[in-house]
Design a protein around this ligand. Structure first.
Ligand code: ARG
Length: 433
């Protein structure tokens, strides 16, 4: 028998069963490898502190794990065919290299809490990195908002010409919206930042585990105290992270849609340098915004992730279920996809060209009706009467706009409050400290 299964009972399970249940886990688990080692280092230090490992065994295992960490770093670590997952692979290597000491590492632990620890550490890092990418995009949007604060553009309601807006407002709007998304990211980060280690298979252990110690060693904010709650957090943590990812995606996807629309010749509000556009195989003149279309599509797909997770986990009774493994299939690609999209968004916006003469076109004249109503009202004409006068001028085809825009209140064209919005973002991100 040469099985590498941790649960080998002397018979080989059917090959098809194995392939079906392991699925893509070997590839996906590679992203957890470094966290698996980190969790194991904390676990063995704790086992030593409660007398379950001698000092010699601890030293041996620590070196063995550090060696594996180096191999992971160097890209030399692999999950062998026939080995189920990263947890099995790490234990297999330790046992192969260290003999009996390797066989002691799993005391008081189950792969169920092991994978939970890996996932929490992974999520904590990923969410932080996503937040940094969001911040970069936010800074870019704020910079563009300030740069184009004087450039007016039409504002629409019902997609009909409504009131004057500006590129300052438009860029700044997406920046401030990212602050709300950041709050979801920090909330998901706090939820992930709790130590499940010691919950073992989901019901704790008869060993006197020191869970406070592993919480400190792994730098978790808190313990997930109740072992059943800790196990139930599998899926819940992912769901919170997915909600945050979807929120960011909703913002970026909408921005991408705006650019696609505004780049259409019927709008002509923005354009891209040729090298950032794509062509057509039949129409020689085409310069298409494929990047923003792919961005829109990816962001729309990312918004389905919370639903996928909800459907996967809804009605699962308390305790571990193998279904939970499939959370990785959903979440892992989503984190990379979002980060790639955020970085691309930043790159593309840096090159976006803005048309600063949009409102010269007479078809935008009606944008100014409210400005003119308000001007009359400020001269003492009651608002409803001023509205009627301007409305009748429009109706008779006699309306001529004064084209003066004078907005001063907070958050308006003339008072973008860029600094205050930046401080709001900084307060949101202080949650990570
Ligand atoms: N690959 C498994 C998962 O992600 C690891 C835990 C397996 N535990 C078990 N009892 N089969 O869920």
């Amino acid at each position: 028998m040469n099985s590498t299964k941790l649960w080998d009972k002397g018979f080989e399970p059917d090959k098809m069963i194995e392939e079906y249940t392991v699925g893509d886990d070997r590839a996906l688990d590679m992203r957890l490898a470094r966290y698996d080692v980190e969790g194991s280092l904390a676990h063995i230090a704790m086992l030593h502190s409660i007398g379950l490992l001698t000092a010699d065994e601890l030293a041996l295992l620590t070196d063995g794990l550090r060696q594996i960490a180096t191999e992971i770093e160097a890209g030399e670590f692999e999950i062998e065919p026939g080995t189920e997952d990263v947890h099995s692979q790490v234990e297999l290597l330790l046992t192969r290299r260290l003999g009996d000491a390797g066989k002691k590492i799993h005391s008081g632990r189950s792969r169920n809490d092991q994978v939970l620890v890996d996932l929490k550490l992974f999520l904590r890092d990923e969410l932080r990195q996503i937040a940094d990418d969001v911040r970069t995009l936010f800074d870019r949007l704020q910079e563009l908002s300030e740069r184009y604060r004087e450039v007016l553009m039409p504002g629409y309601t019902h997609l009909q010409i409504a009131m004057p807006s500006s590129f300052g407002l438009w860029f700044g709007a997406y920046a401030e919206t990212l602050v709300d998304d950041m709050r979801l990211l920090t909330a998901a980060w706090h939820i992930a930042n709790q130590n499940p280690l010691g919950s073992a298979a989901g019901y704790g252990s008869s060993f006197p585990l020191d869970r406070t110690m592993t919480t400190r060693l792994l730098g978790f904010e808190e313990l997930h105290y109740n072992v059943v709650a800790a196990q139930m957090s599998r899926g819940k943590s992912e769901r919170a992270a997915a909600a945050a990812i979807a929120a960011v995606a909703a913002t970026v996807g909408r921005l991408a849609m705006d650019v696609c629309l505004m780049m259409s010749q019927n709008f002509g509000f923005v354009s891209l340098p040729d090298e950032l556009t794509t062509g057509s195989s039949i129409m020689p003149h085409k310069k298409n915004p494929d990047v923003f279309e792919i961005m829109r599509g990816r962001c729309n797909r990312l918004q389905s992730i919370p639903n996928e997770i909800a459907l996967l986990t809804t009605n699962l009774p308390v305790g571990y279920h193998r279904d939970l493994q499939l959370l990785k299939d959903i979440l892992f690609p989503a984190t990379s996809e979002l980060r790639r999209t955020l970085r691309m968004g930043d790159f593309m916006l840096a090159h976006l060209r803005v048309n600063d003469r949009i409102l010269d076109d007479a078809k935008y004249d009606y944008l100014f009706t409210v400005e003119d109503v308000n001007r009359l009202a400020l001269q003492g004409v009651p608002f409803r009467e001023a509205y009627r006068r301007v409305g009748q001028a429009v109706q008779r085809g006699e309306y001529r706009p004064t084209r003066e825009v004078h907005h001063t209140h907070e958050g308006s064209i003339g008072n973008l409050c860029t600094d205050r919005i930046r401080r709001k973002m900084e307060r949101a991100m202080a949650e990570f400290e």
